[in-house]
Design a protein around this ligand. Structure first.
Ligand code: PXL
Length: 269
């Protein structure tokens, strides 16, 4: 029998919104990964709605860790998304230190900004703390805005190769992990720059004329699933980008808060 990988994904549980755990859990599971969750908070819906309720679970996490230690639980890897609090980043590091099998990789999507702006509730102190956390990652996949904040580089509307490479080079000095800058755009294409020890690989697809929330979370989930299955990162990003594009094409225009990924997942795409 092949040993199934046990991965822990740490992010919020937004009851409605097709993002974070409601995306990572089904997608990673669909790819045959035993997916454990560390929910950081319960929100009525994600923060791109006009308002939301928020139950902070930070205080529960030390108790969860104590029980995991009691039961000898360990993980073969981690996928981190939206955290939202400095204390949660410290707890993430504690989790890596206490519950990892040997060489368990850490994938960090440093979710905190888009379109040149921080998400609601985030500040520069959070960005500073995230700079420390990404030092622990094996893979980071910030979007262009997050990469510009993390590297303290002025945000530019032009998301082309030159800008993406500047950001990736700076990020590579902040982590030993592979840097994947998402949302790179040129020649009517959109995709990722994978930057690894000075080597650059672009994974691009035609840009669609639509924008939906939560596509970054879907990208990270599919990419991580392929990565944990042993795929090359170029292939993992190609699969993830293609999946996101298909999801966007099969989502109604009026479905403003996320993309319909479920039918594609059910079809085994
Ligand atoms: O998709 C990123 C995300 C995840 N979780 C919550 C969010 C957001 C983006 O706004 O608000 C709660």
């Amino acid at each position: 029998m092949v040993k199934v990988k046990r991965i822990c994904t740490m992010q919020d549980l937004s009851c409605v919104g097709q993002c974070s755990l409601t995306v990572a859990l089904p997608i990673l599971s669909r790819y045959g990964i035993e997916t454990c969750v560390l929910p950081t908070a319960v929100l009525s819906n994600h923060t791109q709605f006009r308002s939301w309720s928020y139950l902070d679970l930070t205080g529960e996490i030390p108790k969860i860790f104590a029980e995991w230690a009691n039961s000898g639980i360990d993980f073969d890897g981690y996928v981190l998304g939206y955290l939202g609090k400095k204390e949660l980043m410290e707890l993430a590091v504690e989790m890596f230190d206490r519950f990892s099998t040997e060489g368990a990789p850490v994938v960090i999507d440093p979710v905190f900004a888009d379109d040149g702006k921080l998400y609601s509730g985030f500040d520069l102190e959070y960005v500073e703390q995230m700079r420390k956390l990404i030092a622990r990652a094996d893979i980071i996949d910030p979007n262009i805005t997050e990469a510009s904040f993390l590297t303290d580089t002025p945000y530019r509307e032009d998301h082309g190769k030159e800008y993406a490479e500047t950001l990736a080079e700076k990020l590579a000095r902040m982590t030993n992990g592979v840097v994947i800058v998402t949302g790179v755009e040129y020649d009517g294409l959109i995709g990722e720059l994978i930057y690894r020890r000075g080597e650059k690989e672009y994974v691009m697809l035609p840009k669609l004329d639509a924008r939906y929330h939560g596509t970054g979370d879907i990208f990270t989930s599919v990419m991580s699933a392929h990565y944990f299955a042993g795929a090359e990162l170029g292939y993992a990003c190609r699969q993830a980008g293609a999946f996101v594009a298909e999801c966007m094409k099969s989502t109604d225009d009026g479905h403003f808060y996320g993309v319909s990924f479920e039918r594609l997942l059910a079809k085994g795409k």
